[in-house]
Ligand binder design. Sequence first.
Ligand code: PHE
Ligand code: CO
Length: 296
Amino acid sequence: MPAMASIASVESLKKKYPEIRDDYTIDQHWERYSSVEHDIWHTLFERQMNVLPGRACKEFLDGLERLKLIADQIPEFERLSDQLESLTGWRVVAVPSLVPDEIFFAHLAARRFPVGQFIRKPAQLDYIEEPDVFHDFFGHVPMLAHPVFANYMEAYGKGGLRALTEFGALKNLARLYWYTVEFGLIEKPEGLRIYGSGIVSSRAESIYAVENPSPNRLHFNLERVMRTEYRIDDFQESYFVIGSFDELFQETYKDFAPLYRKLAEGPAYRPGDVLTADRVHHKGTHAYVGGSHAAR
Ligand code: PHE
Ligand code: CO
């Protein structure tokens, strides 16, 4: 996700990662992961495989299958990238952690997905502040095997560079990323399903996002989403639902310049708001008051 925390400079990261390049990429050093670290991956993977069937969308589950993401070990980026590249032209590159926005967007625009090299500690199975290899790889990479979503992510990277340099509209564009790439739901004949990485990489939120009566589930609308603030430290109070990946791509494959001008004025919405103009799939009870990461 676009960076929110403060980010170390390449210079200061050189102590720990002497090979770090100007685009923040490092070598994965797969051989350095310990068996304890591989076990953490394995545990997280098994947990998600227990909750995702019937909750994650077919496209995500197909992506996992197609990449043959193996349960027992942290994936080797180079090997998996060769597979991914043959499907959609995307590759995965290792980075220490969050990277600056312009670096992040430039990677996406070139069909490279930056993945945090480290894995969380055993005490952080349910919640981590910074995206690790489980969130970044398990959460994001399967969708990059889907051709339409793969194009959306590249377009997002290009749009990010534009928003940053020409429009100063990063806040608006980051909301789009948040409510689609990270926390998106999709409407299927069998019900609402998850495609957002922030959900599929969290056991508790995978259940909450689909089944809990507390959050709103509102149909995706570009301007509405770009005006909506989000919570970074708890379950979402609203999820936005797309009808299809083609709908998402069509809604965003247009020049955002007039929209950015419009967004410079007018209201921002709070995470839990429901507006009369919203197409409501489910109006949340807001019974969940949150505050507990233990719940994740
Ligand atoms: N169409 C957007 C623009 O003109 C770019 C974009 C595409 C952003 C897809 C997000 C997703 O800036
Ligand atoms: Co993410």
